[in-house]
Design a protein around this ligand. Structure first.
Ligand SMILES: *Cc1c(COP(=O)(O)O)cnc(C)c1O
Length: 425
């Protein structure tokens, strides 16, 4: 066995499929988000980031940074151990109470990432339930799929957001069998939303447990930032709500919130929770501050929706192929992995605009796209600048524009004109 050759071949395969990943070397600048420094072998340039998951800019919020400074000066850097062996610092205990309250649940449990929280929780819950059948949406995130696989439980994949298909599978399993439905609220590649209430109704009818990933909604939706379940008053109808502290809350870590018994069982049985060092107190303190701020402040959420809507409209009016999205996510269809990468490269090199290409396996082949995530800090000027750059890139590379009539996003001419004139574009 030529080991080196084996790995080189594996990488060559990715190059051949035009999906070899290249990371941009960035340095974020506090107070100037979404501006950042981009380093290459021969230069450092200032650019605008248009694909950050720091959706509300909380990663640079003065209160969050202050909480971090305060915790580090009082408690130092690391946690000092696993949760069981000296790593449960007070800020982490406070954070878990804050999360339980955010979702109106009895208890919360924090993990080192959202990925780990899904993998550990889904696998543990389904493994503990006798002869459990997992019903999983076909577009679920990789971390949920890992959890499903690791559980060893039998699974059925239901077509994306397809209630009839889900019901058919539930019915076939019968009321008596243990069943766990796992799905997301906001699907982050298309920006669509699950029919949560109808899924909860089905779960009740067929006596299934429900597990929702609200990673792309927590902080951003609902009166207190508790996600789509908060916005729609459905938190109490879902058993387990999972979220991240790393996207809208601007820090790091993942969590679940739910009934005391389930949380305690995951705490006690999940290797991904037990055998790893706890989050540092600085991170826990910063996350708590961020959650508390967003529980009362509506300003970030309002501006976020406003700028996302404006971005969709400005791009659609320029006949750029904005894919339909009910949320803050703005996907722009390219449909070819090589063109997608080229468009991204050209935006960065010629225009100082960074949007990472999204290719297979993150999205199905043929639906390669640029996934744009406007934030409250993407001003009207930046939106117009983005539109101009995209039009140049689409033209230069010969990527198809949408014909005006088929554009899925209604362009409100008055709003767009206002934005453009304000931006002096
Ligand atoms: C990003 C993401 C996760 C993982 O969260 P991290 O905190 O980044 O590990 C889980 N689920 C979905 C849907 C995600 O997009």
């Amino acid at each position: 066995m030529d080991y080196r050759r084996f790995f080189e071949d594996a990488i060559d395969q990715l190059h051949a499929e035009k999906r070899y990943r290249v990371f941009a070397n960035l340095e974020r600048i506090v107070g100037r988000f979404p501006r950042a420094l981009w380093r290459t072998a021969d230069a450092t340039r200032e650019i605008t980031v248009w694909c950050s998951n720091d959706y509300l800019g909380m990663g640079q919020h003065p209160k969050v940074i202050a909480a971090m400074h305060d915790a580090s000066s009082r408690m130092g850097s690391g946690a000092g151990g696993t949760r069981n062996i000296s790593g449960t610092n007070h800020p982490l205990v406070e954070l878990e109470l804050e999360l339980a309250d955010l979702h109106g649940k009895e208890a919360g449990l924090v993990f080192t990432s959202g990925f780990v929280s899904n993998e550990a929780s889904i696998s543990t819950i389904a493994r503990l339930l006798p002869n459990c059948l997992i019903l999983s949406d076909e577009l679920n995130h990789a971390s949920m799929i890992e959890g499903v696989k690791r559980s060893g439980a039998e699974k059925r994949i239901f077509r994306h957001n397809d209630l009839a298909h889900l019901e058919e599978l539930l019915k076939a399993a019968g009321r008596e069998r243990a069943k766990l439905i796992v799905f997301e609220s906001v699907y982050s590649m298309d920006g669509d939303i699950a029919p949560i209430e109808a899924i909860a109704d089905l779960a009740e009818k067929y006596n299934a447990m429900t597990y929702i990933d609200e990673v792309h909604a927590v902080g951003m939706y609902g009166e207190r930032g508790g996600g789509i379940t908060d916005r729609e008053g459905l938190s109490h109808r879902i058993d387990i709500i999972e979220g991240t502290l790393a996207k809208a809350f601007g820090t790091l870590g993942g969590y679940i919130a739910g009934p005391k018994s389930v949380i305690d069982a995951v705490r006690s049985y999940a290797p991904g929770f037990i055998f790893t060092t706890a989050l540092p107190p600085v991170i826990a303190a910063a996350a708590t501050e961020s959650i508390r701020h967003l529980k009362t402040s509506q300003e970030e959420r309002r501006l976020h929706q406003q700028q996302a809507q404006l971005t969709k409209q400005v791009l659609a009016q320029a006949n750029l192929p904005v894919m339909p999205s009910e949320t803050h996510i703005v996907p722009l269809h390219v449909g070819d992995p090589e063109l997608c990468k080229k468009a991204s490269d050209r935006l960065l090199e010629q225009h100082g605009i960074y949007i990472q290409p999204i290719n297979y396996p993150t999205v199905p082949r043929g639906t390669e796209r640029l996934r744009i995530t406007p934030t409250p800090f993407h001003s009207n000027e930046l939106i117009v600048e983005l539109k101009d750059a995209l039009v140049e890139v689409w033209t230069a590379l010969g990527i198809p524009f949408s014909t005006g009539e088929t554009s899925p996003v209604e362009a409100d001419d008055r709003v767009v004109t206002l934005a453009v004139s304000k931006a002096g574009g």
